[in-house]
Design a binder for this molecule. Structure first.
Ligand SMILES: [Zn+2]
Length: 520
């Protein structure tokens, strides 16, 4: 009797047709990568309003718009955990975030390296007023919190100051930030001891937020810096995220396996550790953070120059800068990205500039410092270390770039190329990782890291943040010499069910939303 029932049931379910789906748009015949590590499968997607309503095989009713996606890949829209778009997203034109849309990105995270707006509610209100091309998630930025309470001072906070900083973090979390972010090589965060960060991380943890960090050292002290963030996780009871993971500087090339071993051990011990990475061997930051030791960077820009001219401190400071330049291959591994005082220096390395100007590289660095500083691109990583980190399943893709428009600067190409490069070059061409892993590292994984609800996967009921791309043409075009070039290959991009890119072109609508973290 029972087996018969089962057979009857199977027969019944086989024969029972799924009810037809009501949809506005149907993507037909694509290879679907759903954001998990599953291999791609041919199928369809139905979108109704701002949601995905069906995935796989189904029938539709009514007259949905049908987009033939044969030969194309459909995946969840990419989530960039690490951008510095806080201010460009508040400005006209760059708010469209087109250099990210063309990479398939539908959500960006700001507040990174501890820098960005502290008043989260005001920031979100501004974004909602001007409109944005992608969704935006924010983190409470430690450097700006600290500077608001203590300025740029090299000391520990008093009990009262610490309480004021905790209150700012608490308010930011209440207003919808996803966590706390630090940048421990930058001012003034670099002056914070571990205990201060633990105290602030505890506040974020209370709201079920995360802690993301540009760790204290990515060079010879990288393992100690990772020990520190793991200690923060333990003592604050918070999940941790290592921003733009790397070993930077020739003296530490080959150290990636040691870093990986340490993280794997912590994960085995039950600590939630994740990381993100941009697929390049060069990094980018300010010249001062790269060559001027933190102890000389206290106070204002004027204070710094006063120290340079001081008969006691000046020579020591110059010697320290000189040593750092030496460690950067005599300035050959540092290229100027943005320096408005001398546009001709942009795109050239410090060594070459010194030769043409008939000065020492130290003189060039001092000139730039006296003139307010510069942004640089630093060629400090080995290709092998980059590939080793990429293969780790907890490492998400993130750009560390920002929304921008073509200009006369020579910035790092990552703002235009990161996601297309990771999938197009590293997965499809070089096969360093599988396509499913490359897509997961840009979608499901960052959603899991954030604990972001209803995004990051192709699932019925989830928001329709979807990218449709041609695997043959999805490539980064931005190079170190010519960085202001959009990536190619994204045919359609849906953000909250609305088309931001259609037939490879921007639609100029602003379908992004502010995504607020819900603490309780
Ligand atoms: Zn950083």
């Amino acid at each position: 009797m029972l087996p018969l029932l089962i057979v009857a049931f199977l027969f019944f379910t086989e024969e029972q047709p799924e009810p037809a789906v009501e949809a506005d748009v149907v993507l037909k015949g694509a290879t679907l990568y759903d954001g998990s590590a599953n291999p791609g499968k041919v199928g369809d997607i139905a979108i109704k309003g701002d949601r995905i309503v069906a995935v796989g095989k189904f029938t539709t009713k009514g007259k949905p718009r049908v987009l033939d996606c044969t030969g194309l890949i459909v995946s969840p829209g990419f989530i960039d955990l690490h951008t510095h778009s806080d201010y460009p997203l508040q400005a006209p034109k760059t708010n469209a975030n087109f250099n990210y849309q063309t990479q398939g990105v539908t959500t960006v995270v700001t507040g990174n390296c501890g820098s960005g707006p502290v008043d989260v509610a005001a920031y979100f209100a501004k974004l909602e007023k001007i409109g944005v091309g992608t969704n935006v998630i924010h983190q409470v930025p430690h450097n700006d919190v600290r500077s608001k309470i203590m300025g740029n001072s090299n000391r520990e906070p008093t009990a009262k100051e610490l309480k004021m900083m905790e209150d700012l973090v608490d308010q930011g979390m209440k207003d919808g930030a996803y966590g706390l972010a630090t940048g421990l090589i930058y001012n003034p965060g670099t002056y914070a001891k571990t205990d201060e960060i633990i105290a602030l991380a505890k506040v974020a943890a209370r709201h079920k937020g995360m802690y993301a960090s540009h760790i204290r050292d990515e060079n010879s002290g990288v393992l100690t810096a990772i020990e520190e963030i793991i200690e923060i996780a333990r003592r604050a009871g918070i999940r941790i995220h290592i921003s733009h993971i790397k070993v930077s500087g020739r003296n530490v090339w080959g150290k990636a396996p040691d870093v990986i071993a340490m993280i794997r051990r912590a994960r085995k011990d039950g600590i939630e550790v994740t990381a993100d990475q941009y697929p390049y061997t060069a990094s980018s930051t300010s010249l001062s953070a790269t060559v001027i030791p933190a102890k000389y960077r206290e106070g204002s820009a004027k204070d710094l120059i006063k120290r340079l001219d001081d008969v006691e401190i000046g020579p020591k400071m110059k010697k320290a800068i000189e040593q750092r330049i030496e460690a950067h291959v005599g300035g050959k591994s540092i290229k100027i990205a943005r320096y408005t005082k001398s546009i001709g220096w942009q795109g050239k390395d410090l060594f070459t500039i010194a030769q043409t100007e008939k000065k020492t590289t130290l003189d060039i660095v001092l000139d730039i410092t006296r003139n307010g500083g510069a942004q640089i691109v630093h060629f400090g990583m080995s290709d092998e270390d980059v590939r080793l980190f990429m293969k780790e399943t907890y490492v998400a893709t993130a750009s560390d770039g920002s929304s921008m428009l073509p200009a006369n600067t020579v910035p790092h190409p990552r703002s235009y190329g990161t996601f297309a490069r990771k999938i197009g070059r590293f997965a499809i061409e070089d096969q360093v990782i599988s396509i499913e892993q490359a897509i997961r590292s840009a979608s499901g994984l960052p959603a899991d890291i954030l604990k972001l609800p209803e995004r990051g996967y192709l699932k019925a009921g989830y928001y329709a943040d979807i990218v449709v791309f041609d695997p043959k043409t999805l490539r980064d075009k931005a190079t170190y010499d010519r960085p202001h070039q959009y990536s190619t290959g994204v045919k359609y991009l849906f953000v909250n069910g609305r088309l931001a890119i259609e037939e490879y072109k921007a639609t100029e609508v602003l379908p992004g939303r502010v995504l607020r973290h819900e603490s309780k």
